[in-house]
Design a binder for this molecule. Structure first.
Ligand SMILES: [Zn+2]
Length: 326
């Protein structure tokens, strides 16, 4: 990406479309920072903003053997050769991963877990109940899949205190507008429980990714609190449009604006004012621990947008705190 930027003057169309990021790639992408040094820099970031810490709506905790499979997938992406290398920065045991988040001053986070086939969501939700019980700073997370019984187990999860759901349209390979999910979206809209949904076509498109299926869901459930993961990458502008149209739609920043993502799916600079205007509905997300760069880089990537400290405070703390207040 930074080659593109250096040669940007010779390729005006590209320069117009890309964000004005610094010409030098962040040294952080090399992954040379020690954990204590990183924690210190993150604490400085929150102290400078005058916020007590971070609220991160997009972190992954799941049963160990499922997480190992996710890591094996990212390892294989790298092993496929080509351009994409996806080293997992925080490949630690669960207790150590929790300790790292707390060292970083993450006050509240989620356990984004998701099924890739039927018959799995309810089991994951059972694990998530236990995880939330032993992890008080984790917002009790649940998931779903279009299958018989989904309305029942989603209702049960809400009754058991689920604060947020995760839906993964690309991995699950389902249509979010599937008739089996209609009562579920209705139930979640009524309960006001947010759903973080991976529905954009990045990093890989799926049969049902993209804005169109989500637009159909929202037409039927305009009050549904969808949190569009990754700002809808790469269909950023379409999903900004849905957030502008529906007041309960929010966007999470997960992986966006990092050197890694800007190389794969650059955010169009012309859309930045729209993102600024939606400042009260943009939420910090990181994808910890499955990120190919340090956590700090996500924060710096947001800071260098130049949208100001009020915007950063809202995104990194206030919006999430308000959404999950009770
Ligand atoms: Zn994720």
């Amino acid at each position: 990406m930074h080659e593109t930027r250096e040669s940007g003057e010779e390729i005006p169309s590209r320069a117009d479309e890309s964000l004005p990021l610094p010409a030098e790639a962040s040294p952080l992408t090399a992954g040379t920072l020690s954990l204590p040094a990183e924690a210190l820099q993150i604490r400085r970031f929150t102290e400078r903003l005058g916020i007590p810490g971070l609220v991160d709506v997009h972190t992954h905790f799941m049963p160990e053997r499922v997480l190992r499979k996710v890591w094996a997938y990212f390892d294989s992406v790298g092993a496929l050769g080509g351009d994409l290398d996806w080293p997992i920065t925080y490949r630690h045991e669960e207790d150590e991963r929790l300790a790292v988040l707390r060292e970083f001053g993450v006050l509240a986070f989620t356990a984004m877990l998701y099924p890739h086939k039927p018959g799995m969501a309810e089991w994951l939700n059972g694990w998530a109940v236990e995880f939330a019980r032993r992890t008080p700073d984790c917002l009790h997370t649940s998931t779903l899949f279009p299958e018989p019984g989904v309305e029942r187990y989603v209702r049960e999860a809400v009754e058991r205190g689920a604060r947020v759901f995760k839906a993964h349209v690309q991995v699950g390979a389902y249509d979010p507008a599937d008739a089996l999910l209609a009562p579920v979206w209705g139930l979640l809209a009524e309960a006001g429980v947010p759903v973080v949904i991976h529905c954009g076509s990045g990093p890989a498109p799926g049969r049902h990714t993209g804005p169109e299926p989500i637009a159909r869901v929202l037409a039927r459930h305009p009050q549904l609190r969808l949190v569009v993961a990754h700002l809808g990458m790469p269909e950023y502008e379409d999903f900004l449009g849905l957030a502008e149209r529906y007041g309960e739609v929010r966007l999470d920043t997960t992986m966006t604006f990092t050197d890694f993502s800007e190389r794969l799916a650059p955010f169009p600079a012309r859309a930045l004012p729209r993102l600024a205007a939606l400042g009260d509905r943009v939420l910090l997300g990181s994808d910890f621990p499955n990120i190919p760069y340090p956590y700090l880089h996500q924060l710096q990537a947001l800071e260098r947008l130049g949208l100001g400290d009020d915007w950063l405070r809202a995104v990194c703390h206030d919006n999430g705190k308000r959404l999950f207040a009770r």
